[in-house]
Ligand binder design. Structure first.
Ligand SMILES: [Zn+2]
Length: 121
């Protein structure tokens, strides 16, 4: 489960930030997850709860904000949003191309996976 490893890094980042702030309890963690990371938010939530157990993150609220994918065509420079089919029925390595001209595209948004903010005391 690829979510577990990534969530573990997220939890470590928050724990480190909490230590720097001499915090004793984390109340809320806000995450930004791009749709093109193919992370399943429900799995991230589940992993988070497991990893938070026994730490100052235990009992905190995890808020996951998803970011849609966006691509820029390298041929015509148009920017298009990249809507993915619902979780579970997509090709894990889809070949992306420009819907306008069929040119190859580069991903400019949707690969984010970061901690946007955290509330701690
Ligand atoms: Zn194009």
């Amino acid at each position: 489960m690829h979510e577990f490893g990534i969530t573990s890094r997220i939890v470590n980042t928050v724990l480190q930030a909490a230590a720097e702030h001499k915090s004793t309890q984390v109340l809320e963690v806000e995450l930004l997850i791009g749709r093109l990371t193919f992370l399943n938010p429900a799995q991230v939530q589940y992993s988070y709860e497991l990893l938070a157990r026994g730490t100052i993150l235990e009992g905190s609220t995890l808020i996951i904000e998803e970011i849609e994918g966006a691509v820029r065509c390298m041929k015509c420079q148009r920017i298009n949003s990249l809507k993915l089919p619902p979780q579970g029925c997509y090709d894990p390595f889809p070949s992306f191309c420009c819907p306008e001209c069929g040119g190859s595209v580069e991903i400019i948004q949707g690969k984010e996976c970061l901690v946007k903010g955290a509330k701690m005391i």
